[in-house]
Design a protein around this ligand. Structure first.
Ligand SMILES: Cc1cc2nc3c(=O)[nH]c(=O)nc-3n(C[C@H](O)[C@H](O)[C@H](O)COP(=O)(O)OP(=O)(O)OC[C@H]3O[C@@H](n4cnc5c(N)ncnc54)[C@H](O)[C@@H]3O)c2cc1C
Length: 399
């Protein structure tokens, strides 16, 4: 069998390579950067994605670098009053059959890359174009070399060149919001006596979540809100603590304490994409942010790309020599799910950053009622996100 060609070595591309290898399918991965890299910030790994990472044998190694939060708490920005509580920790692990972790992105990436090894990985190789016909698919790099394979998986992110090539140039949609991302050594917030939680704060026009990562050695926060001065969609644009404090002026002392303790701060504008009518053309298929870039309110972008990777690898392994049938099956299984999460994440923007006091009161009482309705503590949306079983999804749409 000719290899599956993967364009892009972010979390989605690397997960695709790992899932293909686990199924015995050959691949070649092409990443434009000279080294795999991730930003020094936190990532939430919910049960739906942990279930897959455990199947890849990464459950133990991840447990060693991650933090298992006891619960997800949402508090009001100024009074600190609790709006919502969802158990995580061992209760969520029992309920969903997999843990919920907080981890450092760079450490997760290092672990994935370590599991992958260096065979069939081509760094410093920017894909310039792709082609396909009835016999095969290929990609051409910027240096002019062409590589042939069975199919191309485009995991080249929100600015996907392959997406543009297949479906015409389209710009990502600016959400009107900017994300702050800060980290600090745990000792810097020791005085705040923070618990091991996903601590969410909702206020007018902005929200903030903070949690421990790196086995509890580092604290991390993400603040999302309207901004007069949007910045680039870039993980490397740095931010200024005084500017962040000004945007969160008047917020609860715990929030301000976390921001004040920041030692490393990034600021990036938040974009997503409109759904596409299809994710593939013949033997070329999109995956991860290239297919369904989403806003980060439910912390699901990387999780969805890993779900994609697992399902796509399963479809390819189930249909040797029939890549188009495999790709069509992948799309049937994944598109509706990922685009629902994409929509749900867009809707959350309004829920998290609401300003009008009457609407805020209505939202809070609805969430309180919801809490009574679901004795497990997990509202419907969370059940649907965290409960996803990629093997059941594959079994539900036979090859
Ligand atoms: C503020 C914020 C917080 C988030 N928090 C979470 C979270 O807690 N949990 C979660 O699951 N998700 C989270 N996400 C989403 C998550 O980060 C992304 O969805 C995920 O990283 C997408 O992975 P990807 O591999 O599809 O794309 P990317 O990570 O963008 O990777 C694409 C790769 O392709 C490479 N590439 C691009 N073009 C080419 C080319 N022409 N040739 C070769 N290589 C190329 C790039 O260099 C890059 O390495 C968050 C996002 C934001 C903005």
């Amino acid at each position: 069998m000719k290899p599956i060609l993967i364009a892009g070595g972010g979390i989605g591309g690397i997960a695709t390579a790992l899932c293909l290898r686990a199924r015995g399918v050959p691949f070649e991965l092409f990443e434009q950067a000279a080294a795999f890299r991730e930003v020094g910030a936190g990532i939430q790994l919910s049960a739906n994605v942990m279930r897959i990472l455990m199947k890849l044998g990464l459950g133990g190694p991840l447990a060693r670098i991650a933090v298992m939060p006891k619960g997800l708490e949402v508090r009001s920005w100024q009074s600190g009053e609790r709006i919502l509580w969802t158990p995580l920790g061992y209760e969520a692990e029992r309920h969903f059959g997999a843990p919920y972790y907080h981890a450092h992105r760079a450490e997760v990436l290092e672990l994935l890359v370590g599991a992958l090894g260096s065979a069939n990985i081509h760094l410093g190789c920017k894909v310039a174009s792709v082609a396909h016909d009835a016999q095969g698919a290929s990609l051409t790099l910027e240096d002019g070399s062409t590589h042939a394979g069975e199919a191309v998986v485009a995991a080249d992110g929100i600015h996907s060149l392959v997406r543009d090539q297949l479906f015409g140039k389209g710009a990502p949609r600016f959400s009107g919001n900017v994300a702050w991302r800060g980290t600090m050594p745990a000792e810097a917030v020791a005085g705040l006596k923070l618990d091991f939680l996903s601590s969410n704060w909702w206020g007018p026009e902005r929200s903030l979540v903070h949690y421990y990562i790196s086995g509890g050695r580092t604290h991390n926060w993400i603040g999302v809100g309207r901004s007069q001065a949007p910045s680039r969609e870039s993980w490397s644009a740095t931010g200024n603590v005084d500017d962040a404090l000004a945007e969160y002026a008047g917020w609860h002392p715990q929030v301000l304490g976390v921001i004040r303790a920041t030692t490393k701060l990034f600021r990036m504008a938040l974009y997503d994409r409109e759904p596409l009518p299809t994710w593939h053309a013949g033997r070329v298929v999109l995956l991860g942010d290239a297919a369904h870039a989403m806003l980060p309110y439910h912390a699901q972008g990387a999780a969805q790309s890993i779900e994609d990777a697992y399902v796509l690898a399963g479809c390819i392994a189930d249909a040797p020599g029939e890549p188009v049938a495999a790709i069509e099956r992948y799309e049937r299984i994944r598109k509706e799910r990922a685009e629902w999460v994409q929509r749900f994440s867009r809707e959350a923007e309004e829920l998290f950053n609401m300003s009008d006091p009457a609407r805020v009161a209505r939202r809070d009482s609805r969430l309180h009622e919801n809490q009574q309705k679901y004795p497990s503590g997990f509202p419907e949306g969370q059940q649907k996100i965290y409960g996803y079983d990629a093997d059941a999804a594959l079994a539900g749409v036979p090859a």
